[in-house]
Design a protein around this ligand. Structure first.
Ligand SMILES: Cc1ncc(C[n+]2csc(CCOP(=O)(O)OP(=O)(O)O)c2C)c(N)n1
Ligand code: SF4
Ligand SMILES: [Mg+2]
Length: 346
């Protein structure tokens, strides 16, 4: 009979799924943020991520608390409200070999941190940036956030007089090369998108509708579980194929299949569900998002992908050895070099 230790499955680097756990969640039972944290654990285990090579980043909010609930052996930095992008940019300039997973909220990103969010994408910092989008400031008792729909009526927040901003449209306009939307209730799609996002060379934005069961889960709200389950319209069926795994096209159902190569040689397969949708066409993506917003359609999937644009570390010509690992001697110019450099300004 197999011993208990033998019965626990381990991944390619000998870790069990439990090794990717964090501390026990203190969020409300049923909060969408909890199921996203569970999918991050599952994906990190399946991809055999080395915990010490991962940095978790967040701002402030219920969503921003969730990095405490996954990957307990990884690095982490809980930044000020809306300031996660600049802290992440600094950390990744110091060590661009880290795999960064940022978790933010619609308030943390769409309100106080909006400028920071835009500049992260402009610079194409290599980070998976998850917005756990519930349309409210959950932590401070449910005030409307900037992603709440115009005219929405909620028990605690009342009537919303302002138009919503769309995180995916804003990401596209800022030049982001990986823009996707999903729903916390669609675990499989969240996992496939997370895997692809981790293989992207720059900023990968995942806008995940994540219902707040305390303040925004009324059946009439487009960010509730029931609305998401009834209205989700996936743009395509997504599959992630790790590098070195053979791609057997016959395995897929009939229908047009597009394979997109990612930075590390992995691929994502996008089987079209909508005949006219092409996730590599930026203008089409913007149009589709805008018309979905007008009709209050809930489209999910890979909205836009472009894996060509160099990231900040590449544009900055960073040495392969991370700056944080270079010695003082390597980092400081010699006296000779410094004086010849200064002479150029004389
Ligand atoms: C500078 C600053 N302003 C305001 C707050 C109060 N505050 C804490 S969390 C939060 C909003 C969080 O909303 P969101 O990012 O959507 O996260 P959620 O709780 O909904 O997951 C606000 C306004 C703060 N902590 N710091
Ligand atoms: S208040 Fe809302 S966002 Fe915060 S933990 Fe509870 S359900 Fe989640
Ligand atoms: Mg929120």
């Amino acid at each position: 009979m197999a011993s208990r230790a033998q019965a626990i499955k381990s991944n390619a680097i000998g870790l069990s799924k439990k090794d990717y756990d964090g501390s026990v969640s203190t969020l409300c039972k049923g909060c969408g943020h909890n199921s996203i944290a569970n999918q991050i654990i599952q994906v990190a285990y399946e991809l055999s991520l080395k915990p010490h090579e991962v940095i978790k980043l967040s701002g402030i909010g219920c969503s921003s608390k969730s990095p405490a609930y996954f990957l307990g052996m990884s690095h982490g930095f809980n930044a000020l409200h809306g300031r996660m992008p600049s802290v992440g940019t600094g950390a990744l300039m110091a060590n661009h070999h880290l795999r960064a997973i940022g978790v933010s909220g619609d308030g943390d990103t769409g309100s106080i941190g909006f400028g920071q969010f835009k500049h992260l994408m402009r610079r194409n910092v290599r980070m998976v940036y998850i917005v756990e989008n519930n349309g409210v400031y959950g932590l401070t008792k449910g005030q409307f956030s900037a992603t709440a729909e115009l005219g929405l009526e909620l028990k605690y927040a009342g009537h919303n007089d302002f138009p919503q901003i769309d995180i995916c449209t804003e990401a596209l306009i800022a030049g982001c090369g990986f823009v996707a939307r999903s729903f916390a209730g669609d675990a499989k799609q969240v996992r496939e998108l997370l895997k692809a996002a981790l293989s992207h060379r720059g900023t990968a934005v995942l806008d995940i509708i994540s219902p707040c069961v305390a303040f925004n889960n009324d059946d009439s709200s487009p960010k509730s579980y029931s609305y998401g389950r009834e209205h989700e319209q996936p743009l395509q069926e997504i599959g992630y194929v790790p590098y070195a795994e053979e791609i057997v096209i016959n395995d897929y159902d009939p229908g047009e299949l597009k394979l997109v190569e990612l930075h590390d040689g992995s691929r994502i397969s996008l089987r079209k569900l909508e005949e006219d949708y092409d996730a590599t066409n930026r203008l089409e993506a913007i149009n589709r998002l805008q018309s979905a917003a007008v009709k209050q359609e809930f489209i999910t999937g890979m909205i836009y992908i472009d894996n060509e644009r160099p990231n900040l570390a590449e544009v900055s010509h960073l040495t392969d050895t991370p700056l944080a690992h270079l010695s003082d001697q390597d980092l400081r110019p010699s006296e000779e070099k410094l004086s010849s450099f200064l002479k150029a300004f004389a």
